[in-house]
Design a protein around this ligand. Structure first.
Ligand SMILES: *Cc1c(COP(=O)(O)O)cnc(C)c1O
Length: 566
């Protein structure tokens, strides 16, 4: 490994999704982390990343004929992709010493830039059997397991970087999971008592703050990790006196978000609206907004890559070139799209046996199956949907439910139930095991990308940005990134009212469903079948206005100038 003396930006994330065959991610957060690192490499940023090995992955999803989900460990061999390094560090958990080793992977860019990624691993024979499992399952088991994992990530990760000789100029905490690293820094910078007068200064909070950048991703209160101080005492001990810790992380329980907020100089939400929601949730903190993006090269399908190479050479490292998409002939855009659509429909045939038509308007919906995403909004009125869509639309779903999310699992079963109800009228398939590879097929192969979250719970959302990179238009609730990317009838269509409310209001579902049906019937279906020229213009606008902006190159330039070098 080439070590550098240059001070680095250290990016910490519980999950990182680089490619489908390295299954150390569950969804949006991990994929964003992977895309961030890839753009970091393309832009030659001095950056390293730290995550957990997740040796059994998140899980492989199997669905039976009723849509009941079973979870299987993912079998993969880290040694096929990465190298095990010899240095080890340790952390203390429940009074035991837990050894940590690390796997090393490099994200290499065609520009020559590279970002080392360290996958922490406790499966070492000197460790107690239960500790050897601490880096096996991403978001597995219970709260105790989670706290132990967060000790490995935050404290173990910081120690590993030090052991490997990196000098760090900024620690970027991608979500609160890595917040415990702030305690490690506080301890490192602890000054001898004689040097200071004020006891508080023994813990050099401002020095830690200067080093930390925190990105929050969760607009839902329950989404923030919280641990009781009894549990913290039992598992972690008292690395920082509890009276000081409580001042930084909350009096009642250790709130990982609060800890990161209090110890990071720069804090941001992941879309403008999410910044606003976060400021309401945490009054008194300065919270900026840097809207997410996706890595353009990763999220463009083969046929569109060829098209962009031909007409917009250099696009992959300069997505701003999408501004000239109007130069690409309509027929070639349509051909590239049909190529992607046929690949998706071929996959549908192979995996489900269902034959779908390339000539039918195809709606796609794929995301984590959890209640607020409202995957079933489309089926609010089956008779209406049949009347509008019979012979005109077909629908493709995908998405995993977290193993402990019972309502999420029930939601998948409901979609299967609707699939049966609709089968003589509208074809619907639910594809199993949504992952990055399937995501690219879906976001490029459907005609319209549907998203129906309950406002304001979609912090950003990124799959719609992926769709835009492939000329697929968005039809979504005005929440997260779509508030910024949406121009009605130009880049896509909105579902439901303008996003003025930050609080949830009763009656959303019917209002949103009504709007969804009306637009599908009166606007989207007519344009698709009768106004191909307008349709292709909208595909171009998705690329020229949405993909142009909602990419991680733009996002990283902002992190650099606003968070990393300040
Ligand atoms: C992009 C992606 C996501 C996140 O999409 P959202 O729109 O934020 O829900 C989740 N899972 C996979 C596999 C992805 O590729």
């Amino acid at each position: 490994m080439k070590l550098t003396r240059e001070p680095m930006i250290a990016y910490f994330s519980m999950e990182i999704g680089i490619q489908s065959s390295i299954p150390t991610y569950s969804g949006g957060l991990g994929v964003l982390a992977g895309d961030t690192i890839k753009s970091g490499a393309d832009l030659n940023l001095p950056m390293v990343a730290v995550t957990l090995l997740s040796e059994k992955g998140y899980f492989r999803q199997e669905l039976d004929e009723k849509g009941r989900q079973t979870e299987h460990p993912v079998v993969w061999e880290p040694a096929k992709f990465m190298t095990l390094l010899s240095p080890k560090v340790s952390v203390e958990i429940e009074g035991r010493k837990v050894l940590i080793q690390t796997w090393y992977y490099t994200v290499k860019s065609f520009t020559g830039g590279q970002v080392p990624v360290f996958f922490l691993d406790t499966d070492i024979k000197e460790n107690a059997p239960e500790d050897r499992e601490l880096t096996s399952f991403l978001y597995g088991k219970d709260l105790v397991y989670r706290l132990k994992q967060e000790i490995i990530l935050g404290i173990g990760g910081a120690r590993m970087l030090k052991k490997l000789g990196f000098e760090i100029k900024k620690y970027h905490l991608n979500e609160g999971h890595a917040s415990l690293l702030t305690l490690e820094l506080l301890q490192t910078f602890q000054k001898p008592i004689e040097e200071v007068w004020d006891e508080k200064l023994v813990w050099d909070v401002s020095r830690v703050k200067d080093l930390c950048v925190f990105t929050t991703h969760t607009p839902v209160e329950a989404g923030h990790d919280r641990f009781s101080y009894d549990l913290v005492r039992q598992i972690l001990g008292e690395p920082v006196p509890f009276d000081i810790l409580k001042g930084l992380a909350g009096q009642e329980a250790l709130n990982m978000t609060l800890l990161a907020l209090n110890l990071s100089e720069f804090v941001n939400g992941v879309a403008k609206k999410h910044g606003e929601v976060s400021r309401n949730m945490f009054p008194g903190y300065k919270i900026s907004a840097i809207t997410n993006g996706v890595h353009s090269y990763t999220w463009t399908c083969e046929s569109f890559k060829k098209l962009y190479d031909k007409y917009l050479p250099g696009w992959a490292n300069e997505p701003e070139l999408f501004v000239r998409i109007g130069r690409v002939p309509d027929e070639e855009i349509w051909e590239a799209h049909m190529e992607a659509k046929k690949i998706l429909l071929g996959y549908v045939r192979e995996t489900t046996g269902v034959e779908m038509s390339p000539d039918l308007l195809t709606l796609g919906f794929a995301r984590r199956a959890t209640a607020y995403k409202r995957a079933d909004l489309l089926f609010s009125d089956l008779e209406r949907l049949k009347a509008i869509g019979t012979g005109k639309i077909q629908i493709i779903y995908a998405g995993k439910a977290h193993p402990n999310d019972q309502p999420g699992k029930a939601l998948i079963e409901r979609i299967f139930y609707f699939k049966e109800k609709l089968k003589d009228h509208i074809q619907l398939v639910y594809l199993a095991n949504y992952n990055m590879e399937l995501a690219l097929k879906l976001v490029s192969g459907v005609d319209v990308w549907l998203n129906t979250p309950l406002r304001p719970r979609e912090a950003s959302g990124t799959s719609g940005m992926k769709a835009a990179h492939n000329g697929v238009v968005n039809f979504s609730v005005l929440d997260g990134w779509w508030i910024e990317g949406h121009i009605e009838g130009y880049t896509g269509w909105a579902i439901g009212p303008n996003p003025t409310e930050t609080k949830l209001v009763e009656g959303y579902d019917t209002r949103d469903a009504e709007d969804l049906y009306n637009k599908l019937e009166q606007v989207i279906i007519p344009i698709y079948y009768k106004e191909k020229g307008i349709w292709i213009r909208m595909m171009q606008n998705a690329i020229g206005k949405n993909a142009y902006y909602f990419n991680t190159h733009r996002m990283m330039r902002r992190y650099v100038t606003e968070a990393y070098i300040r």
